[in-house]
Design a binder for this molecule. Structure first.
Ligand code: C5P
Length: 231
């Protein structure tokens, strides 16, 4: 069986959440967001020890949380941008790693089905991302915020995580992005940029990324619905 690894970027401070803690430590139903995410991953891949990228100055707080909630993980220091954090995680994996799933710590409502589908797609074609078709019409603005164009909605998907890759594919994509000074907001775009194919795997709209205060309330409601709103 191929060696499978999880990388969880959790080094963002979450300015848009307006909390005085790093976003991944903000409580959701009384339990830090990261713990919800790690518990879900443990159910999807029992025995996995995810690599979690944390803000260096908050390492001790993350270590306390992982010990208190008995959620096994390997804490490493993230970088200034999400891409730097992910690269640090990739560089820490053994070179014989087969498949890597990169998942935002802030998406704590991930379900098994899209993960398993993305892993199968990445095994088959090298790279896959979970995504959902957009429901809103998307507007492209010009520099003065006038409407530039309205892309055909039928071709548009909203990106989620996990994004799953064969290890060599994502390592090569990160190396070339770094060499060219390109900074993306996700990892699949780096693979595409390097000429690779990325399969889109349909996820579900409950896999929200906690970003703003309203997302916390939405996540609590979704957890309560599935009876997981516990400490
Ligand atoms: O900022 P955004 O919400 O897009 O971040 C997505 C994920 O990337 C979050 O889980 C966040 O903690 C992580 N991140 C990181 N290192 C950074 C910035 C964001 O690991 N420098």
């Amino acid at each position: 069986m191929t060696e499978f690894a999880w990388i969880l970027p959790a080094a963002g401070m979450g300015a848009r959440l307006r909390a005085d803690l790093p976003k991944a430590l903000v409580p959701l139903c009384g339990t830090p967001i990261l713990v919800h995410t790690l518990r879900r991953i443990a159910r999807i891949s029992p025995g996995a020890v995810p690599v979690v990228l944390v803000p260096p100055e908050h390492h001790a707080a993350f270590a306390r949380v992982c010990a208190t909630y008995e959620t096994p993980c390997r804490l490493l220091h993230g970088g200034a941008e999400r891409q730097d954090s992910v690269r640090a995680g990739l560089e820490a994996l053994p070179s014989d790693t087969g498949i890597v799933a990169i998942h935002d710590a802030a998406r704590c409502l991930i379900r098994p089905e899209p993960v398993l589908a993305a892993v199968a797609a990445a095994e088959a074609c090298g790279a896959a991302t979970v995504a959902v078709p957009v429901v809103d019409t998307i507007l492209v603005a010009d520099a003065e915020e006038y409407l530039e164009s309205t892309p055909d909605r039928r071709t548009l998907w909203a990106c989620q995580t996990p994004q799953v890759f064969q290890y060599e594919v994502i390592m090569a994509a990160h190396r070339s992005a770094r060499a060219e000074g390109f900074l993306g907001t996700d990892d699949a775009s780096l693979v595409r940029r390097a000429g690779g194919r990325v399969k889109l795997v349909a996820g579900d709209s409950s896999n929200i990324k906690i970003t703003r205060p309203a997302d916390l309330r939405m996540a609590e409601a979704l957890l309560a619905e599935e009876d997981s709103c516990t400490g």
